[in-house]
Design a protein around this ligand. Structure first.
Ligand SMILES: [Zn+2]
Length: 264
């Protein structure tokens, strides 16, 4: 309990009001699909929406902290625009239902029936990083960039929290996704050194397309995924991840991408 003279009145008032809200019972309503932002309830409503088996693709920039804001600020700015701007547009094109920017990363949420769209978006972004982003940044700076990518699938809760836009302030009101989906996808992303896609075994087991699992006919068709044991890593709520290192084949990529998307 905050003491009587521990904090100024205005601050105590804010905290007390939020604590009162905490004491109000909240209920969850299950919905089948990721809702439109306008349909997400706010703080006042005491309602959270619950969505099953949401897929999260999380991408973040390797070595972004080495891109300086004081030195080469222009290049740093352009690097973020190229990385983040492309990620948002590609996720949209692949049918993500919600996309948000988190620091040097971007995450996209896909409905449970878009398993292969989520996969294709991740491989496509990785291909863009390898073929365009990394060399463009290396030409301007000495920073070794790349991407860390993670995918997980789990139940999510969502509500909007914060302060709505008013005459005296801008919007400080945001969707909050509670649950393990986004968090685990971000932690899976952090397992990679660079240009790898780490996915949870739960999500991996939903990939049915042979083309998402095996390499193309350029070589002998081999299983593309390697198993990673994360039993001893207590950041994770599961014991096994799978990692993919390849990008779309220069010869067969477009055909594979289209066929994989048709699997959903
Ligand atoms: Zn090929």
């Amino acid at each position: 309990m905050i003491g009587k003279d521990q904090l100024p009145e205005n601050i105590k008032k804010i905290i007390n009001k939020q604590v009162e809200k905490f004491n109000i019972r909240v209920f969850t309503e299950e919905v089948d699909e990721i809702p439109n932002v306008d349909d997400i309830p706010g703080e006042g409503s005491a309602k959270w929406l619950k969505i099953k088996d949401v897929i999260c693709v999380f991408v973040d920039m390797k070595n972004s902290t080495k891109l300086s804001a004081s030195h080469h600020a222009g290049t740093t700015g352009r690097a973020y625009t190229l990385f983040t701007g492309t990620a948002v547009r590609l996720f949209k094109e692949f049918g993500a239902s919600y996309i948000d920017i988190k620091g040097d990363g971007v995450f996209a949420l896909f409905n449970s029936n878009r398993v292969h769209a989520a996969f294709a978006s991740a491989v496509t972004f990785k291909t863009f990083i390898k073929e365009e982003f990394t060399t463009k940044i290396a030409n301007k700076t000495d920073v070794d960039t790349g991407v860390h990518i993670g995918i997980h699938q789990a139940t999510l809760l969502v509500s909007k929290i914060g302060l709505r836009k008013s005459a005296s302030r801008g919007d400080m009101h945001n969707e909050v996704w509670a649950g393990k989906t986004v968090n685990m996808a971000s932690k899976l992303a952090s397992l990679s050194d660079s240009n790898e896609i780490h996915v949870s075994d739960k999500y991996h087991s939903k990939l049915r397309s042979r083309k998402a699992l095996y390499s193309c006919e350029c070589d002998d068709s081999v299983f593309l995924w390697e198993e990673v044991d994360i039993t001893n890593d207590d950041k994770f709520s599961f014991n096994k991840a799978m990692v993919l290192k390849s990008v779309w084949c220069k010869k067969h990529g477009a055909t594979y991408l289209t066929e994989i998307l048709d699997t959903d």
